[in-house]
Design a protein around this ligand. Structure first.
Ligand SMILES: Cc1cc2nc3c(=O)[nH]c(=O)nc-3n(C[C@H](O)[C@H](O)[C@H](O)COP(=O)(O)O)c2cc1C
Length: 190
């Protein structure tokens, strides 16, 4: 799955880095965070995509489960990747709760910062995509990569509730997106 970036060159400059695990522990604020990857997942797809993006982004990125992401985490970061599933035509409830909790404390304090999104979906994904874009428009964030929707063809109740395996090409695309975002932020391209 190709990734089209606002700054196409950025993806080519960043080598893939190792996965360092989750990091939302107290005290992390001493670390310089360039890219905050905020995710929610119910059956594993968005989580796998967020982890792949993190692996691509390297040591200036951090992963934040939506339930744990704090206002300070958002303010400290220089850019954002939001990763979640579409549920019932919108972003998943836990991701929405993250925005509900953070929206007003963050409002007016992140203008111009870059962002991108990855939506895990069963058959659509555009509802979650549009909703997320609308919310972060209020924060005056700037989209710097094409929306990425990973459709896993889960349409029956059984398929929807099954733990997901994300195809390798989608994971590779998420990794490339993470790499490009981290590089673009670190070098000031974004
Ligand atoms: C309650 C529920 C509602 C869903 N609604 C939608 C939907 O409206 N549109 C869609 O494309 N997929 C829908 N799906 C499918 C998920 O988006 C899809 O399985 C996705 O890959 C799940 O990501 P996750 O594994 O990170 O939770 C729904 C799944 C659940 C559990």
């Amino acid at each position: 799955m190709p990734i089209r970036l606002a700054q196409p060159d950025a993806a080519e400059k960043r080598p893939t880095a190792a996965f360092h695990g989750f990091a939302a522990a107290p005290g992390w604020a001493m670390i310089e965070v360039m890219l905050a990857i905020i995710w929610h997942s119910r059956t594993g797809a968005a989580r796998a995509l967020a982890e792949a993006a993190y692996a691509g982004a390297g040591d200036k990125a951090m992963l934040f489960p939506a339930e744990q992401a704090r206002v300070e985490d958002l303010l400290q970061a220089q850019g954002y990747l939001f990763v979640c599933p579409e549920n019932l035509g919108t972003m998943s409830g836990a991701m929405k709760e993250f925005f509900d909790r953070s929206y007003y404390p963050v409002l007016g304090r992140t203008a111009g910062r870059p962002y991108a999104t990855i939506i895990a979906a069963g058959s659509d994904g555009h509802g979650a995509q549009a909703q997320l874009d609308r919310i972060v428009t209020g924060w005056r964030l700037r989209r710097v990569a094409e929306p990425m929707i990973v459709n896993l063809a889960a349409q029956t109740p059984e398929a929807i509730l099954t733990p997901k395996r994300v195809p390798a090409d989608a994971l590779a695309a998420a990794g490339a997106l993470g790499a490009a975002l981290a590089e673009g932020i670190a070098t000031g391209i974004f």
